[in-house]
Design a protein around this ligand. Structure first.
Ligand SMILES: Cc1cc2nc3c(=O)[nH]c(=O)nc-3n(C[C@H](O)[C@H](O)[C@H](O)COP(=O)(O)O)c2cc1C
Length: 318
């Protein structure tokens, strides 16, 4: 095992490496991937977004049986039944809650009272300042390279992380979007983050709950292989395929919002991630897909990133 890498984030959460596996709907919506990442010394994140209320408790109990290390739950607050989901998650008392797409005031006091560390996902300096004022314990800053939902203005992770770290120097920051290796982790920490979050890198892990064709598409992609589509509809970054080509055609030809919404909503991530509809579906992934060249176990990925971090920092000019 590589030596621990200590930062304000690893001390806050109680983990060995400043490596967070991103909450990814379906991909990390089973216990296996989050538990394996946490067991390896990173922070595993269970993506609760698409999971039925009745299944949430069972998955979280399974994570607890698979690891005694800290782990997290990602809850997108836009869920129609997010109130109910929050109650079930609160009962499970995860070590960390990572809430996205909503305001922190709705959940902070409850989770604080059971000792859960509360991180909030932000995609702008303005939202970072609001979350800091509300009293969150740390921020996940998502930049334009990210898979899934990047910021609508696509400001890059490099610029946004630096801007947020300058605006709220007192809070631990997890930089997210575009990181796939230890070199990326060095960059994140240099910019003022105290951890990096890795999404697409973990799609290419043995434990990811994803169709083999989805994984294969991530491996085959180059750094220019993604497209952002769905302007005004909850924009997403996906690997280029028939779905993104047709969506871009609609956007470039001035189709009405209704026409674009109807095409955009006709397919969902589950069909690509679970059923393997990778030509006509939403194959959400980040630009970092172009840096991912192999499938490995979650443990191997975490430890390799930590080793690369050490090698890279040792080679930097003094
Ligand atoms: C397939 C996929 C599903 C995602 N689902 C979620 C989600 O449910 N909740 C969330 O907050 N972010 C979600 N994201 C965004 C990730 O948490 C993270 O910000 C992003 O993957 C970072 O960029 P990277 O892929 O370049 O590492 C998703 C990303 C991907 C690729």
């Amino acid at each position: 095992m590589p030596e621990p890498i200590r930062t304000s984030f690893t001390r806050l959460v109680g983990i060995d490496y400043p490596i967070v596996q991103a909450g990814m709907s379906w991909v990390s919506s089973s216990p296996v991937l989050p538990a394996a990442v946490s067991q390896a010394g990173g922070l595993g994140v269970f993506a609760a977004g698409p999971v039925r209320i009745g299944d949430l408790g069972g998955i979280m109990s399974q994570i607890r049986t698979l690891t005694d290390k800290p782990w997290a739950v990602n809850l997108p607050l836009y869920r129609k039944d997010s109130e109910q989901a929050r109650r079930v998650i609160l009962e499970a008392r995860p070590d960390v809650l990572i809430a996205s797409q909503g305001g922190p005031s709705r959940y902070l006091a409850d989770f604080r009272s059971v000792g859960t560390i509360c991180l909030h996902v932000v995609a702008s300096v303005e939202h970072a300042l609001k979350a800091a004022e509300a009293g969150v314990d740390g921020l996940v800053v998502v930049g334009g390279e990210a898979g899934g939902h990047p910021p609508h203005d696509l400001v890059s992770t490099m610029v946004l992380t630096r801007a947020v770290a300058t605006a709220v120097p007192e809070l631990p920051i997890v930089a997210s979007g575009g990181f796939a290796d230890g070199q990326g982790l060095v960059a994140a920490l240099s910019l003022g983050a105290s951890a990096a979050q890795f999404g697409t890198r973990f799609i290419a892990s043995d434990e990811a709950q994803v169709h083999d064709d989805y994984r294969a598409m991530v491996l085959a992609a180059g750094v220019g292989g993604t497209r952002t589509v769905g302007r005004d509809l909850g924009m997403i970054r996906c690997l280029q395929n028939d779905f993104t080509d047709q969506m871009q055609n609609l956007e470039n030809s001035g189709a009405t919002l209704e026409a674009r919404r109807s095409f955009f909503g006709a397919t969902v991530l589950r069909q690509a991630a679970m059923d393997g509809h990778v030509t006509s579906g939403k194959v959400e992934a980040g630009q970092s897909a172009g840096l991912v060249r192999d499938v490995a176990s979650a443990r191997e990925i975490v430890h390799r990133i930590a080793d690369e971090y050490r090698l890279t920092t040792a080679r930097l000019p003094r």
